[in-house]
Structure formats: structure tokens, C-alpha cells
Design a protein around this ligand. Structure first.
Ligand code: P6P
Length: 332
């Protein structure tokens, strides 16, 4: 969808949100506050991630982390940061986190939103210094304001999301999100503690040179996926796979390309999680002019039944997605 809100590169996240709120009149500022809360937690996780290797060493010199707590694993630490920021911000009545089985009631019974979040995806990449990311998905609650959130709040389906995005802790830290008016990107300047608008209107190229998948699973892949990938190789496309979802997704968003996580023997329903990975990334790609599919239909049309359910994910440039789906149709 057209991003009708053109603001100058370099404006801060706060200014951008305030102008967007006026322009799009979304909610009465609650969503704005929610986005600020997520950005705040992102700044804290940025700091944690960027000194991860050292904290153990510094800690052993008697310097405790800011809360004086025993240094946690980074994904556990990130989970605490996002829950705390959302609880203190007051807008989210509940959170569904990859790190916790059940809904986390924040105590903000009057909060009108719920947030599904993967606080730090790709924790296996943390220990080897590979880029990692936070992925978030926001819904307006359907349960009664003033009471606790319910399962139904989180199982509304991908097209009910009112906002979605990610924070990529990469060579630079970026916040990329949509509220349904296109995709916008902010880059973090940690000496100032500010996110600055760097990408006012992100759109994915119609096609591109990259295919991303874990070819270790080649012999598990459905025949149509192997046929599609073989053609990619015959066309001498580039195989690029970091093995960290947000890093692979973000690169393809700019270069153009296709990311595939098909069913495998180990994960017959796919590995990636619907509520806090596939749905938010699918909303973003559609807002950026791309497509996201499960293999059985559009990702956003999947009807979720469980909080932590998985699905296959094929996501990227529209022309490459059309080509993949043509292989799928031909294979029936
Ligand atoms: P595989 C990381 O563990 C993760 O959840 C995503 O970040 C990443 O894209 C995927 O799994 C990698 O999975 O099976 O290729 O190692």
C-alpha cells in the first residue's frame, strides 16, 4: 500500500510516530506508545547484544549487570527486557513470547493491545557472533477491556495484525515496521540513543538474484521445491543463507530474492513459528510489495489454532514467488 506519509530522512522515531499518529489518526496514541516501548527495549537489547561476549568477563571482575542480576543467556535476558518495557508502557494487556508457553498477563487490564514476540530469534547464532533479531506482531484485543487477555486475542489470524516489525542487531541495529501504510526503517545511533529514519518507504524488488534455504535439508524437500531451486541454480542465482531469520529476510528485502523454509523430516510442519515469526514477516512483505505463502496458500490466511504452532514459510519477491508456486501447481 502506498506510504502516504513521506517524512524527511533523519527525523527521529519519536517525531515520526507523532506525525504518523496525526496523519493516520491510528488509535488515540496508544499504538504510538506501544511502538516507543518496543523501541526502548530494542535499545537495551542492542546494548546487551553488543557486549554479550564481554559481560561474562566484566562480570567475573565483580561488575554486575545493571540490575545486579546473574547474567542470563541473551535470549532469556531479551525476553525480560521486552516484557518489562511493555508492562511499564501500559498499552499491552498481554504478551505471547517464544520464551514462555502461556500468555503473560501484564496487569494492564485496560490495555487495548496484545503483542506476540520472539524476543531474540536465532539464539544459536548469538554464541558465534552472527546477526540476530527481535520479531513482533501487534493485535487490538478482542477480549473485554478491563479483564485479562484470552487465547482468542492471539488467535485472530494474520490479517488482523494492526502492526508488525523486527529489530535487526546487525552491522547496524535497525527497526523495521509497518502499521499498514507501507514499511519504514530506522537506524540506531547508539551514541545518541536514538533511532533515525533511514528508509522512509521500503519496497522489495519484483525479482532478485538471491535464494535462501538450508540445503542440508535438500533430500527432505518436496519435489516442486527442488525443481524450483534447481532452476535457480541453472540461472546462476546466488545462494545466501545466514541461518538467522531476520538477517536473511532483511537482506532479501533489499536485494530482492526468496527465502524458503519448507517442511523437513525434522520439522514436517516447517520449523518457523506462525504467531511471532511468519505472520509478522508476511504482513511486512505484503506491505513491501512481496508475497508470503505456506505452500498451501497465503501465509496471512492460515487460521492459527495454537500459540507456538509452526508452518512452512516461502517469502520474498513477487516474481520469484509466482515462479515457485507455478512449480507447485505443475507438480500436483
Ligand atoms: P536451520 C534460528 O535457529 C532459526 O530459528 C531462524 O533464525 C533461522 O532462519 C532458522 O532457525 C535456521 O534453521 O534449520 O536452517 O538451522
Amino acid at each position: 500500500s502506498e506510504n502516504t506519509l513521506a517524512q524527511p530522512v533523519g527525523t527521529t522515531l519519536d517525531r515520526y510516530i507523532m506525525r504518523a499518529q496525526a496523519e493516520f489518526a491510528y488509535a488515540t496514541g496508544e499504538l504510538s506508545q506501544l511502538l516507543r516501548d518496543l523501541a526502548l527495549a530494542g535499545k537495551i537489547v542492542h546494548r546487551d547484544v553488543n557486549r554479550a561476549g564481554l559481560t561474562g568477563i566484566i562480570g567475573s571482575m565483580g561488575q554486575q549487570n545493571v540490575q545486579g542480576e546473574q547474567q542470563q543467556r541473551l535470549d532469556v535476558e531479551a525476553n525480560i527486557r521486552f516484557i518489562r518495557a511493555l508492562r511499564n508502557g501500559g498499552e499491552a494487556c498481554a504478551i505471547l513470547s517464544e520464551e514462555e508457553d502461556d500468555i503473560i498477563q501484564t496487569g494492564n487490564m485496560k490495555g487495548r493491545y496484545v503483542v506476540a514476540i520472539d524476543p531474540l530469534d536465532g539464539s544459536s547464532n548469538i554464541d558465534v557472533n552472527v546477526s540476530i533479531g527481535t520479531i513482533f506482531s501487534i493485535y487490538r484485543r478482542v477480549s473485554a477491556v478491563g479483564g485479562p487477555a484470552t487465547r482468542a486475542d492471539f488467535l485472530q489470524g494474520g490479517r488482523a495484525q494492526i502492526a508488525a516489525g523486527y529489530i535487526l542487531y546487525g552491522t547496524s541495529t535497525m527497526l523495521v515496521y509497518t502499521t499498514g501504510h507501507g514499511v519504514v526503517g530506522f537506524t540506531y545511533e547508539n551514541s545518541l540513543g536514538e533511532f533515525f529514519l533511514s528508509h522512509p518507504n521500503i519496497t522489495i524488488p519484483a525479482t532478485g538474484p538471491v535464494f535462501s534455504c538450508n540445503e542440508g535439508n535438500w533430500f527432505d524437500y518436496p519435489e516442486y521445491v527442488r525443481a524450483f531451486l534447481t532452476r535457480c541454480k541453472q540461472q546462476r542465482m546466488s545462494g545466501r543463507y545466514v541461518g538467522s531469520l531476520v538477517a536473511d529476510y532483511h537482506r532479501n528485502l533489499f536485494t530482492g530474492g526468496i527465502y524458503l523454509y519448507p517442511p523437513t523430516a525434522k520439522n514436517p510442519a516447517g520449523k518457523l513459528r506462525v504467531l511471532y515469526e511468519n505472520f509478522p514477516l508476511a504482513l511486512l512483505i505484503e506491505q513491501a510489495g512481496g508475497r508470503a505463502e505456506t505452500g498451501q496458500g497465503p501465509m496471512l490466511d492460515l487460521e492459527p489454532t495454537d500459540f507456538h504452532q509452526r508452518s512452512p514459510l516461502f517469502v520474498g519477491s513477487p516474481e520469484l514467488m509466482t515462479s515457485l508456486l507455478a512449480e507447485s501447481a505443475a507438480s500436483v
